[in-house]
Design a protein around this ligand. Structure first.
Ligand code: TYD
Ligand code: MG
Length: 460
């Protein structure tokens, strides 16, 4: 008989203990340790590493890679964030909130891959075949080599993969499948870990590209342990505002490409469509009318610049300690920018609430947004406006000087395409006074940038 082992595993972080603990020593959450029973048939990792263990050392120059190591999906936004398509034999985790469109994008991907002659197996552990058929009709997917397999048992899935031998497998979702090797219920840490291990083993040994869909918890983490993220080759998050129609794909980990890329899609009645010019999406809501507290910046998300509007609201507080609220930027960044504005410009925020919002629901974590944020705050505090035809780019140092930013030409090109007339940029970027149709204002200090904005109003 197989040996039975039991462990107490934290459902939040994956910490393992041989006995019950009220509080997880790893992540500090209470009551999260649950007893999980494992049949010790094989060490979980041993299965996944078997194929590696049979290899012999080889000289790098003697290792040959096949012709088409990448599976192109022909969905250009997806291909781009993957670094040119799915790498064959890789295991990709696609995570996102319920209802964001994970099943939709994977089914569309399957449709595209089938069109280019690939054999695809879509394992649905949550929906029936007919439900998927309805969705496929809505998405206009017609294909002879797309297999739909409603199944939740990992061993059955494994034998079907071996029988059909597809090029591409989708598991929708990892939280709903279970392996006979583990006694705990589907969705528990050891089930997720075991099933991912088995899938990893199949993907690597048979060179089958596998996409695993994962749900995220309320606080935005992938349900299950962090180890899931460590085990897979690529982690893609699907995010966006449920109340707006566009969605963003962002790669958080990629063993075969860049991780700072974002792909933008719009959800329509017939599925997700790529957004080729995202600037229209983020700026068209704005009528380009001057308003205090608004500034346009160009962030560089991955290889593509994006124009976004920063809005700030400054008003006298009715609290003992004033409120600082951000949406889309880091709160500590706001504190730092406010400190610089107080010390180097002489603005006083000690009795003022400050709210900063990145419009369009995207997160900006690039330092080049500093100057735009600072100008939005400063102009709102003084009730003046930044010329709406101006883009603002620059990183702010603690002494108030503006530091140069990378990829400035790319950002300016984007501003030119979007019809802007003027750009306030760091002096240190060493650009001439005009760039194509843009008038360039170079600033050394934050105060220069504020003065140039205010003088622009006076001239106008
Ligand atoms: P779905 O892919 O089922 O989300 P997930 O798998 O991440 O839970 O997408 C569900 C939402 O997408 C649902 O609210 C309806 C919407 N939707 C459309 O707007 N158009 C479509 O063509 C499809 C298939 C779904
Ligand atoms: Mg789904």
């Amino acid at each position: 008989m197989a040996k039975v082992k039991s462990k107490w595993i934290c459902q939040e972080c994956g910490y393992e203990s041989s006995g019950y603990l009220g509080k997880c020593p790893e992540c500090g959450s209470w009551g999260s340790l649950v007893e999980e029973v494992m049949y010790d048939a094989k060490m979980p990792n041993a299965a996944a590493q078997e194929f590696i263990n049979n290899e012999k050392p080889a000289l790098l120059k003697d290792i040959h890679i096949g012709e088409d190591v990448r599976l192109k999906t022909n969905i250009s936004e997806l291909d781009r964030i993957l670094g040119g398509g799915f790498v064959q034999g890789s295991l990709v985790l696609l995570a996102g909130d319920p209802g964001i469109g994970k099943s939709t994008i994977t089914l569309q991907t399957c449709g595209q891959l089938c069109k280019s002659g690939k054999k695809v197996l879509y394992v649905s552990a949550e929906e029936s075949s007919s439900q998927i058929k309805i969705r496929a009709e809505r998405l206009n997917i017609v294909s002879d080599n797309l297999y739909i397999y409603p199944q939740t048992n990992m061993e059955n899935i494994k034998s079907q993969i071996e029988e059909i031998s597809p090029d591409f497998v989708v598991i929708d979702s990892i939280q709903a499948i279970y392996s006979n090797l583990v006694a705990s219920s589907a969705g528990s840490v050891s089930q997720i870990r075991e099933c991912t291990n088995i899938l990893m083993h199949i993907a690597k040994s048979k060179n089958i590209t596998t996409v695993v869909i994962g749900h995220v918890t309320k606080d935005g983490n992938i349900a299950g342990p962090k180890v899931l993220e460590h085990m897979v080759d690529t982690v893609i998050y699907f995010e966006g505002d449920k109340y707006k129609s566009y969605r963003m794909l962002r790669s958080m980990k990629n063993r075969f490409g860049n991780t700072s890329e974002v792909g933008i899609f719009e959800m329509k009645s017939d599925g997700l469509h790529e957004v080729i010019n995202p600037n229209e999406l983020f700026l068209n809501e704005r009528s380009r009318i001057a308003a205090p507290g608004s500034a346009i910046i160009v962030t560089n998300e991955g290889t593509r610049p994006l124009m976004v509007e920063i809005q700030a609201l400054v008003g006298s507080t009715s609290y003992a300690s004033p409120r600082r609220v951000t949406n889309g930027i880091d709160l500590s960044r706001l504190h730092q920018i406010l400190a610089v504005l107080e010390k180097r410009v002489g603005l006083d925020f000690s009795k003022q609430d400050v709210y900063v919002n990145v419009m369009g629901g995207i997160d900006v974590d690039e330092p080049s947004a500093d100057l735009g944020i600072a100008l939005a705050i400063a102009t709102c505090a003084r009730d003046v406006v930044v010329d709406p035809q101006t883009v603002i780019i620059g990183e702010i140092g603690l002494s108030g000087e503006i530091y140069p930013v990378n990829n400035i030409e790319k950002r300016l090109n984007e501003a030119v395409i979007s019809g802007f007339k003027k750009a306030i940029i760091p002096y240190g970027n060493n650009l001439p006074n005009s760039y194509e149709d843009l008038e360039i204002i170079k600033v050394k200090k934050i105060i220069d940038a504020i003065v140039s904005c205010v003088s622009a109003i006076k001239e106008a």
